[in-house]
Ligand binder design. Structure first.
Ligand SMILES: [Zn+2]
Length: 367
Protein backbone atom coordinates (compact mmCIF):
# COMPACT_ATOMS: atom_id res chain seq x y z
CA UNK A 1 0.00 0.00 0.00
CA UNK A 2 1.03 3.53 -0.54
CA UNK A 3 2.46 5.40 2.39
CA UNK A 4 3.41 9.02 2.70
CA UNK A 5 4.60 11.76 5.05
CA UNK A 6 7.83 11.82 6.94
CA UNK A 7 7.84 10.70 10.57
CA UNK A 8 8.44 13.25 13.28
CA UNK A 9 6.82 16.02 11.24
CA UNK A 10 4.51 16.71 14.16
CA UNK A 11 7.41 16.72 16.64
CA UNK A 12 9.46 19.11 14.52
CA UNK A 13 6.37 21.24 13.99
CA UNK A 14 5.84 21.68 17.73
CA UNK A 15 9.50 22.56 18.31
CA UNK A 16 9.29 25.15 15.53
CA UNK A 17 6.07 26.61 17.00
CA UNK A 18 7.72 27.05 20.39
CA UNK A 19 10.74 28.76 18.78
CA UNK A 20 8.41 31.21 17.05
CA UNK A 21 6.61 31.89 20.33
CA UNK A 22 9.93 32.39 22.15
CA UNK A 23 11.13 34.85 19.52
CA UNK A 24 7.84 36.70 19.80
CA UNK A 25 8.32 36.89 23.57
CA UNK A 26 4.99 35.14 24.07
CA UNK A 27 6.34 32.31 26.23
CA UNK A 28 9.35 32.21 28.52
CA UNK A 29 11.99 29.45 28.38
CA UNK A 30 10.48 27.92 31.54
CA UNK A 31 7.01 27.85 30.03
CA UNK A 32 8.37 26.41 26.82
CA UNK A 33 10.20 23.59 28.54
CA UNK A 34 7.17 22.88 30.72
CA UNK A 35 4.91 22.81 27.67
CA UNK A 36 7.20 20.73 25.49
CA UNK A 37 8.72 17.38 26.42
CA UNK A 38 12.48 17.13 25.92
CA UNK A 39 12.09 14.17 23.60
CA UNK A 40 9.48 12.09 21.80
CA UNK A 41 6.46 10.82 23.68
CA UNK A 42 6.11 7.11 23.00
CA UNK A 43 3.03 4.94 23.29
CA UNK A 44 3.90 1.29 23.96
CA UNK A 45 1.12 -1.13 23.01
CA UNK A 46 1.66 -4.67 24.22
CA UNK A 47 0.19 -7.94 23.07
CA UNK A 48 0.98 -11.25 24.74
CA UNK A 49 1.69 -13.87 22.07
CA UNK A 50 5.13 -12.81 20.88
CA UNK A 51 6.97 -12.74 24.20
CA UNK A 52 10.50 -13.97 24.74
CA UNK A 53 10.80 -17.10 26.89
CA UNK A 54 7.28 -18.13 25.83
CA UNK A 55 6.44 -21.38 24.05
CA UNK A 56 3.24 -22.28 25.91
CA UNK A 57 0.13 -20.72 24.32
CA UNK A 58 -1.78 -20.97 27.59
CA UNK A 59 0.48 -18.30 29.10
CA UNK A 60 -1.68 -15.67 27.41
CA UNK A 61 -5.05 -17.16 28.40
CA UNK A 62 -6.41 -15.52 31.55
CA UNK A 63 -7.69 -18.12 34.00
CA UNK A 64 -5.23 -20.83 32.93
CA UNK A 65 -2.60 -21.85 35.53
CA UNK A 66 0.13 -20.80 33.05
CA UNK A 67 -1.19 -17.22 32.74
CA UNK A 68 0.83 -15.76 35.68
CA UNK A 69 3.99 -16.98 33.93
CA UNK A 70 2.82 -15.06 30.84
CA UNK A 71 2.40 -11.93 32.96
CA UNK A 72 5.96 -12.32 34.29
CA UNK A 73 7.31 -12.73 30.73
CA UNK A 74 5.24 -9.74 29.58
CA UNK A 75 6.48 -7.29 32.20
CA UNK A 76 10.09 -8.37 31.55
CA UNK A 77 9.83 -7.68 27.80
CA UNK A 78 7.92 -4.43 28.31
CA UNK A 79 10.46 -3.12 30.85
CA UNK A 80 13.38 -3.99 28.56
CA UNK A 81 11.79 -2.00 25.73
CA UNK A 82 10.95 0.90 28.05
CA UNK A 83 14.59 1.04 29.19
CA UNK A 84 15.71 1.26 25.56
CA UNK A 85 13.15 3.93 24.66
CA UNK A 86 14.32 6.17 27.52
CA UNK A 87 17.98 5.47 26.68
CA UNK A 88 17.20 6.70 23.16
CA UNK A 89 15.82 9.98 24.50
CA UNK A 90 12.10 9.40 24.95
CA UNK A 91 10.49 12.06 27.16
CA UNK A 92 7.71 9.74 28.27
CA UNK A 93 6.44 6.21 27.74
CA UNK A 94 2.79 5.35 28.19
CA UNK A 95 1.70 1.69 28.10
CA UNK A 96 -1.63 0.40 26.75
CA UNK A 97 -3.06 -3.14 26.68
CA UNK A 98 -3.46 -4.50 23.17
CA UNK A 99 -4.18 -8.08 24.29
CA UNK A 100 -7.34 -8.13 26.39
CA UNK A 101 -6.98 -11.48 28.12
CA UNK A 102 -10.27 -11.13 29.98
CA UNK A 103 -8.44 -10.40 33.22
CA UNK A 104 -10.58 -7.82 35.08
CA UNK A 105 -7.28 -6.18 36.05
CA UNK A 106 -4.45 -5.28 33.67
CA UNK A 107 -2.31 -8.00 32.09
CA UNK A 108 0.67 -5.82 33.04
CA UNK A 109 1.99 -6.31 36.59
CA UNK A 110 1.73 -2.62 37.42
CA UNK A 111 3.83 -2.81 40.59
CA UNK A 112 6.73 -4.13 38.51
CA UNK A 113 6.36 -1.63 35.65
CA UNK A 114 9.37 0.68 35.14
CA UNK A 115 8.55 3.65 37.37
CA UNK A 116 9.27 6.12 34.56
CA UNK A 117 6.36 4.69 32.54
CA UNK A 118 2.64 4.63 33.25
CA UNK A 119 -0.26 2.40 32.22
CA UNK A 120 -3.24 4.01 30.50
CA UNK A 121 -6.19 3.73 32.87
CA UNK A 122 -9.66 5.03 32.05
CA UNK A 123 -13.02 4.61 33.75
CA UNK A 124 -14.71 3.87 30.41
CA UNK A 125 -13.90 1.10 27.91
CA UNK A 126 -11.69 2.17 25.02
CA UNK A 127 -9.83 0.59 22.13
CA UNK A 128 -6.02 0.85 22.29
CA UNK A 129 -5.76 0.65 18.49
CA UNK A 130 -8.28 3.38 17.72
CA UNK A 131 -9.10 5.65 20.63
CA UNK A 132 -5.56 6.75 21.54
CA UNK A 133 -4.64 7.54 17.94
CA UNK A 134 -5.18 11.27 18.10
CA UNK A 135 -3.22 13.87 16.20
CA UNK A 136 -0.40 15.17 18.41
CA UNK A 137 -1.08 12.74 21.28
CA UNK A 138 2.17 10.79 20.76
CA UNK A 139 5.27 11.08 18.59
CA UNK A 140 5.80 7.35 18.08
CA UNK A 141 4.37 3.91 18.84
CA UNK A 142 6.30 0.80 19.94
CA UNK A 143 4.57 -2.59 19.85
CA UNK A 144 5.74 -5.46 22.08
CA UNK A 145 4.86 -9.17 22.19
CA UNK A 146 3.19 -9.16 18.78
CA UNK A 147 2.27 -12.18 16.61
CA UNK A 148 2.29 -12.88 12.89
CA UNK A 149 -0.86 -12.85 10.77
CA UNK A 150 -3.19 -15.82 10.22
CA UNK A 151 -1.65 -18.28 7.80
CA UNK A 152 1.98 -17.21 8.32
CA UNK A 153 2.85 -20.28 10.39
CA UNK A 154 3.96 -18.42 13.51
CA UNK A 155 3.38 -18.98 17.20
CA UNK A 156 -0.29 -18.19 17.99
CA UNK A 157 -0.70 -16.80 14.46
CA UNK A 158 -3.86 -14.74 14.06
CA UNK A 159 -5.09 -11.37 12.92
CA UNK A 160 -7.20 -9.43 15.43
CA UNK A 161 -9.02 -12.55 16.56
CA UNK A 162 -8.96 -16.30 16.02
CA UNK A 163 -9.81 -17.50 12.50
CA UNK A 164 -9.69 -14.41 10.32
CA UNK A 165 -7.58 -12.50 7.85
CA UNK A 166 -7.82 -8.77 7.30
CA UNK A 167 -7.07 -7.60 3.78
CA UNK A 168 -6.35 -3.95 2.96
CA UNK A 169 -6.24 -3.24 -0.78
CA UNK A 170 -5.83 -6.97 -1.36
CA UNK A 171 -2.90 -7.43 1.03
CA UNK A 172 -3.40 -9.58 4.15
CA UNK A 173 -2.01 -7.50 7.02
CA UNK A 174 -0.66 -8.19 10.50
CA UNK A 175 -1.90 -6.39 13.58
CA UNK A 176 1.38 -4.49 13.65
CA UNK A 177 0.49 -3.07 10.22
CA UNK A 178 -3.05 -2.42 11.46
CA UNK A 179 -1.59 -0.35 14.33
CA UNK A 180 0.70 1.38 11.82
CA UNK A 181 -2.25 2.33 9.60
CA UNK A 182 -4.51 3.46 12.46
CA UNK A 183 -1.79 5.58 14.09
CA UNK A 184 -0.52 6.69 10.67
CA UNK A 185 -3.88 8.35 10.16
CA UNK A 186 -2.97 10.56 13.16
CA UNK A 187 0.54 11.19 11.76
CA UNK A 188 2.25 8.85 14.25
CA UNK A 189 4.74 6.17 13.08
CA UNK A 190 5.34 2.72 14.57
CA UNK A 191 9.09 2.58 15.26
CA UNK A 192 9.68 -0.67 17.17
CA UNK A 193 8.18 -4.18 17.23
CA UNK A 194 9.00 -7.52 18.81
CA UNK A 195 7.68 -11.00 18.08
CA UNK A 196 8.66 -14.33 16.52
CA UNK A 197 10.62 -15.02 13.32
CA UNK A 198 7.44 -15.36 11.23
CA UNK A 199 6.29 -11.89 12.20
CA UNK A 200 9.74 -10.61 11.24
CA UNK A 201 9.09 -12.03 7.76
CA UNK A 202 5.56 -10.55 7.63
CA UNK A 203 6.92 -7.11 8.48
CA UNK A 204 9.10 -6.73 5.40
CA UNK A 205 6.37 -4.19 4.58
CA UNK A 206 7.72 -1.91 7.35
CA UNK A 207 11.48 -1.81 6.67
CA UNK A 208 12.08 1.22 8.93
CA UNK A 209 11.02 -0.75 12.03
CA UNK A 210 13.58 -1.69 14.65
CA UNK A 211 12.52 -5.32 15.13
CA UNK A 212 13.59 -7.85 17.76
CA UNK A 213 13.00 -11.56 17.09
CA UNK A 214 12.05 -13.16 20.41
CA UNK A 215 11.80 -16.84 19.35
CA UNK A 216 11.59 -19.19 16.37
CA UNK A 217 8.12 -20.61 15.76
CA UNK A 218 7.87 -24.40 15.46
CA UNK A 219 4.07 -24.39 15.15
CA UNK A 220 1.12 -22.28 16.28
CA UNK A 221 1.49 -23.88 19.72
CA UNK A 222 5.26 -24.25 20.12
CA UNK A 223 8.44 -22.27 19.64
CA UNK A 224 12.19 -22.65 19.95
CA UNK A 225 13.24 -20.18 22.61
CA UNK A 226 16.17 -17.78 22.41
CA UNK A 227 18.11 -16.87 25.57
CA UNK A 228 15.87 -14.31 27.27
CA UNK A 229 18.76 -12.16 28.56
CA UNK A 230 20.07 -11.80 24.99
CA UNK A 231 16.61 -10.91 23.67
CA UNK A 232 16.24 -8.25 26.37
CA UNK A 233 19.65 -6.84 25.51
CA UNK A 234 18.57 -6.64 21.86
CA UNK A 235 15.29 -4.97 22.93
CA UNK A 236 17.16 -2.27 24.88
CA UNK A 237 19.49 -1.66 21.92
CA UNK A 238 16.85 -1.65 19.19
CA UNK A 239 14.32 0.42 21.17
CA UNK A 240 17.06 2.99 21.80
CA UNK A 241 17.87 3.07 18.08
CA UNK A 242 14.18 3.33 17.23
CA UNK A 243 13.87 6.60 19.15
CA UNK A 244 17.17 7.93 17.80
CA UNK A 245 16.04 7.15 14.22
CA UNK A 246 12.47 8.37 14.66
CA UNK A 247 12.93 10.95 11.91
CA UNK A 248 13.54 8.23 9.33
CA UNK A 249 10.45 6.21 10.28
CA UNK A 250 7.52 6.20 7.88
CA UNK A 251 4.03 7.29 8.78
CA UNK A 252 1.64 4.81 7.14
CA UNK A 253 -1.05 6.88 5.52
CA UNK A 254 -2.53 5.29 2.43
CA UNK A 255 -4.13 7.59 -0.14
CA UNK A 256 -7.76 7.34 -1.15
CA UNK A 257 -10.51 4.86 -0.28
CA UNK A 258 -9.47 1.45 0.99
CA UNK A 259 -10.70 -1.94 -0.20
CA UNK A 260 -11.29 -3.88 3.01
CA UNK A 261 -11.99 -7.61 3.29
CA UNK A 262 -12.52 -9.77 6.36
CA UNK A 263 -11.92 -13.42 5.48
CA UNK A 264 -12.85 -16.31 7.77
CA UNK A 265 -10.33 -19.13 8.07
CA UNK A 266 -10.57 -22.28 10.22
CA UNK A 267 -11.60 -22.73 12.97
CA UNK A 268 -13.98 -19.80 12.28
CA UNK A 269 -16.50 -19.44 9.46
CA UNK A 270 -18.84 -16.83 8.01
CA UNK A 271 -22.07 -18.82 7.99
CA UNK A 272 -23.90 -16.09 9.94
CA UNK A 273 -23.09 -13.53 7.26
CA UNK A 274 -23.25 -15.76 4.19
CA UNK A 275 -27.00 -15.46 3.81
CA UNK A 276 -27.55 -12.03 5.40
CA UNK A 277 -29.19 -9.53 3.03
CA UNK A 278 -27.09 -6.50 2.14
CA UNK A 279 -23.78 -8.16 2.98
CA UNK A 280 -21.14 -8.27 0.25
CA UNK A 281 -20.16 -11.91 0.82
CA UNK A 282 -18.08 -14.21 -1.36
CA UNK A 283 -15.81 -17.17 -0.56
CA UNK A 284 -15.87 -16.82 3.26
CA UNK A 285 -15.06 -13.11 2.82
CA UNK A 286 -17.04 -9.95 3.52
CA UNK A 287 -15.80 -6.88 1.63
CA UNK A 288 -16.46 -3.16 1.76
CA UNK A 289 -14.89 0.14 0.77
CA UNK A 290 -13.73 2.41 3.60
CA UNK A 291 -12.91 6.11 3.47
CA UNK A 292 -9.83 5.62 5.67
CA UNK A 293 -8.38 3.11 8.14
CA UNK A 294 -10.43 4.31 11.13
CA UNK A 295 -13.60 3.89 9.06
CA UNK A 296 -12.34 0.44 8.00
CA UNK A 297 -11.67 -0.55 11.60
CA UNK A 298 -15.02 0.63 12.95
CA UNK A 299 -16.92 -1.21 10.23
CA UNK A 300 -14.74 -4.31 10.52
CA UNK A 301 -15.56 -4.90 14.18
CA UNK A 302 -19.23 -5.94 13.80
CA UNK A 303 -18.17 -8.35 11.04
CA UNK A 304 -15.61 -9.81 13.45
CA UNK A 305 -18.33 -10.14 16.09
CA UNK A 306 -20.54 -12.06 13.65
CA UNK A 307 -17.56 -14.24 12.67
CA UNK A 308 -16.84 -14.97 16.34
CA UNK A 309 -20.32 -16.51 16.74
CA UNK A 310 -18.82 -19.48 14.92
CA UNK A 311 -16.45 -20.01 17.91
CA UNK A 312 -19.51 -21.54 19.59
CA UNK A 313 -18.96 -24.70 17.48
CA UNK A 314 -15.90 -25.47 19.61
CA UNK A 315 -17.27 -24.03 22.84
CA UNK A 316 -20.54 -25.98 22.61
CA UNK A 317 -18.71 -29.22 21.82
CA UNK A 318 -16.80 -28.86 25.11
CA UNK A 319 -19.93 -27.71 26.96
CA UNK A 320 -22.05 -30.63 25.76
CA UNK A 321 -19.39 -33.10 26.87
CA UNK A 322 -19.93 -32.03 30.50
CA UNK A 323 -22.08 -34.40 32.64
CA UNK A 324 -24.41 -31.55 33.75
CA UNK A 325 -24.66 -29.98 30.26
CA UNK A 326 -28.40 -30.63 29.86
CA UNK A 327 -29.14 -29.09 33.31
CA UNK A 328 -27.14 -25.98 32.40
CA UNK A 329 -28.80 -25.80 28.99
CA UNK A 330 -32.19 -25.90 30.73
CA UNK A 331 -31.13 -23.12 33.13
CA UNK A 332 -30.09 -21.05 30.13
CA UNK A 333 -33.53 -21.57 28.58
CA UNK A 334 -35.19 -20.60 31.88
CA UNK A 335 -33.18 -17.35 31.94
CA UNK A 336 -34.19 -16.61 28.35
CA UNK A 337 -37.86 -17.19 29.28
CA UNK A 338 -37.48 -14.94 32.35
CA UNK A 339 -36.15 -12.09 30.17
CA UNK A 340 -38.85 -12.69 27.56
CA UNK A 341 -41.70 -12.49 30.08
CA UNK A 342 -40.13 -9.47 31.82
CA UNK A 343 -39.72 -7.61 28.54
CA UNK A 344 -43.24 -8.42 27.30
CA UNK A 345 -44.67 -7.43 30.70
CA UNK A 346 -42.96 -4.05 30.51
CA UNK A 347 -40.59 -4.86 33.38
CA UNK A 348 -37.50 -3.61 31.60
CA UNK A 349 -35.55 -3.10 34.84
CA UNK A 350 -35.63 -6.80 35.61
CA UNK A 351 -34.50 -7.91 32.15
CA UNK A 352 -30.79 -7.57 32.92
CA UNK A 353 -29.25 -10.79 34.14
CA UNK A 354 -28.99 -10.83 37.95
CA UNK A 355 -25.88 -13.00 37.69
CA UNK A 356 -23.99 -10.76 35.22
CA UNK A 357 -20.31 -10.43 36.18
CA UNK A 358 -19.37 -7.30 38.11
CA UNK A 359 -18.53 -4.43 35.77
CA UNK A 360 -14.91 -3.42 35.48
CA UNK A 361 -14.13 0.02 36.83
CA UNK A 362 -10.79 0.58 35.11
CA UNK A 363 -9.86 -0.08 31.48
CA UNK A 364 -6.40 -0.30 29.95
CA UNK A 365 -6.97 -0.93 26.25
CA UNK A 366 -8.87 -4.05 25.30
CA UNK A 367 -11.30 -5.74 27.64
ZN1 LIG B 1 -3.19 -10.97 22.09
Amino acid sequence: MQVSRSAATEFRGRVFAVLVLLLAGIVSIEQASAAEPSGPRVLLIHDMEGLSGQNDPYTFLYGHPAYPKGQALLIADVNAVIAGLFAGGAASVVVADGHGSGNPGPDILVDQLDKRASLVSRDQPFDAYLDLAEQGAFDAVAVVGMHCKSGSGGFAAHTYTIGMKLLVNGHSITETELVGLLYGRAGIPVIFASGDDRLAADLKTMPWLQYVTTKKAKSAADAELYPVAQVHEAMRKQAKLAVQRLKSATVMKPEGPLQIAVRAVPPANMRWLKVMPGVNYQDETVSFVATDMADAYRRMRPIVTALSFSFSDAELTAFKAQPNASDLEFKGMEELYRRWFAAESGEAATVAAPTAPAAKTQYHGFH
